[in-house]
Design a protein around this ligand. Structure first.
Ligand code: AHR
Length: 487
């Protein structure tokens, strides 16, 4: 039996909606085909070019933040290619992570920002440092955000949008230690200083994201920026979990290894904060984990520098195990909600750790989608410490872990049974009327949904026995549940 106690007297902080962000890169079938079929498509129902089934699923996920257009793609992207009449837009080489495709720029600034409005997401734009210029990025900010009648403001209005978009989040490059230009930390820091200074002149409200990497790079980067710390609002870090073996045919050891990697994300966040603390003075700098997720070897031997070794398009199995890893890291996000300022799952449709998959007319959601839905009550809520005491896993560590939050008179508790093969009895120390209790479970940890079997994994109602001051239920092996109680 595991006893779970939300410690309501120990609030941690607010779970910003930005921690539930997503990432759409022009890579493989994420943007084109996954999100976008184009406004002329008559086979797949669409709204202004975006697949209606995907838009509906995104609204229900929820999707409070969306980063675009890359990733590595961002440092090749020239925003002017994606504005104006679609038929007059240039066809460029779409370049990211070793893939080169014909890119007709069908999704440009207006289309992307309109999608964000459709699904209720805050946009986060990644600018081009690798092959762009300071002026180009300043112009993009002005084009999107100015309310003045400058040439760029008037051009935006002529292209259909009179009111400024007011995009707050701007990435200054992406992975500039690698695909974004192979800078050294020091040379990137100096370049960043120039970009950020000029961007601030254009829009002082823009929140600028500097590109971090590992501890070594981050130390040197921040040390070089120490005397210009006011130019940094967030530091971007990425974490892919790559040691879980095959996407489907994994061993017990590999199953647990993936979960350990997800947990270890917390150590990276805390270490990054320690580095920031050494230079930030009284300034608050957010940690932007703007790419995270599972990266199975079938998608490609890991890392952008392995370009040329793969034959595929970054698509991989998305199983229950990946969803359990998602639940594990969301516990980390809640615990570290005062350090993390935003986070983006990579990527939103079809590519890597996707919550939504498509194939032609078919669309289905993955177990990770359901785990994100189970976490919806935590978005914008106040996270509270949650203690769990009970059995341990064969590899050590707790079999059952949990996270809780409260919002608008309700307490939501999400409980994860990480055990590969054993169900767990749960005693949740809460009283009050149950608003809902649902569980994501399935017959196997390597189960996935597919076009032909879209509901193999789904959400079910969880049976809960109510006793004074406690709620009793059984969590199946490898499952995640959320119980919401009116307080
Ligand atoms: O998400 C795929 C790629 O992974 C991104 O383009 C890059 O930023 C990272 O290396």
């Amino acid at each position: 039996m595991t006893t779970i106690s939300p410690v309501l007297s120990k609030p941690i902080g607010t779970v910003s909606p930005r921690l539930y962000g997503h990432f759409a890169e022009h890579l493989g079938r994420c943007c084109y085909d996954g999100l976008w079929v184009g406004p002329k498509n008559q086979d797949v129902p669409q709204t202004r070019g975006f697949r209606q089934d995907v838009v509906d699923a995104l609204k229900a996920m929820p999707t409070p933040l969306l980063r675009w257009p890359g990733g590595c793609y961002a440092d090749h992207y020239h925003w002017r290619d994606g504005i104006g009449a679609p038929e007059q837009r240039p066809v460029r080489l779409g370049l990211s992570c070793g893939l080169a495709v014909e890119d007709d720029n069908g999704i440009g600034t207006h289309e992307f920002l309109d999608l964000c409005e459709m699904i209720g997401a805050e946009p986060y734009l990644a600018g081009n440092m690798g092959s762009g210029s300071v002026q180009e990025m300043c112009d993009w900010v002005e084009y999107c955000n100015t309310s003045r009648k400058t040439n760029l403001g008037l051009e935006r209005a002529k292209n259909g949008r009179e009111q400024p978009y007011k995009v707050k989040l701007w990435g200054v490059g992406n992975e500039n230690w690698g695909c974004g230009g192979n800078y050294s930390a020091e040379s990137y820091a100096l370049e960043y200083r120039r970009y950020a200074t000029m961007l601030r002149h254009v829009d002082e409200k823009a929140e600028l994201v500097v590109c971090g990497f590992d501890d070594h790079w981050n130390r040197r980067l921040m040390e070089t920026l120490r005397h210009h710390i006011g130019l940094v609002d967030h530091i971007s870090i990425h974490r892919y979990w790559i040691h879980g073996g095959p996407g489907i045919d994994f061993s017990e050891q590999q199953y647990y290894r993936l979960l350990e990697e997800a947990d270890d994300t917390e150590r990276f966040i805390v270490t990054t904060q320690e580095i920031l603390d050494g230079v930030r003075g009284t300034r608050n700098i957010g940690i932007a984990l703007d790419e995270w997720g599972v990266w199975h070897p079938e998608s490609r031997p890991w890392g952008p520098d392995n370009a040329g070794t793969m034959t595929d398009n970054y698509e991989q199995a998305c199983t229950v195990r990946d969803a359990i890893a998602t639940a594990a890291v969301l516990e980390v996000f809640h615990r570290q909600c005062n350090l993390l300022s935003l986070a983006n799952l990579a990527q939103i449709v079809n590519v890597l750790h996707a919550p939504i998959l498509t194939n032609g007319k078919a669309m289905w959601v993955t177990p990770t989608y359901y785990v994100l839905q189970l976490h919806a009550p935590h978005v914008g809520a106040e996270a509270v410490r949650t203690d769990a005491y009970g059995p341990v896993l064969p590899v050590g560590g707790k079999a059952v872990t949990a996270t809780s939050s409260r919002k608008e008179g309700q307490i939501a508790v999400t409980i994860t049974n990480r055990h590969l093969s054993e169900a767990q009895e749960i005693n949740l120390k809460l009283s009050g009327e149950i608003v809902s209790a649902r569980v994501m479970t399935s017959d196997a940890a390597n189960a996935e949904n597919s076009a032909t079997r879209p509901n193999r994994v789904q959400l079910e109602n969880l049976e809960v026995k109510t006793e004074p001051e406690q709620l009793l239920f059984t969590l199946p092996a490898h499952s995640v549940a959320t119980v919401i109680v009116a307080s």
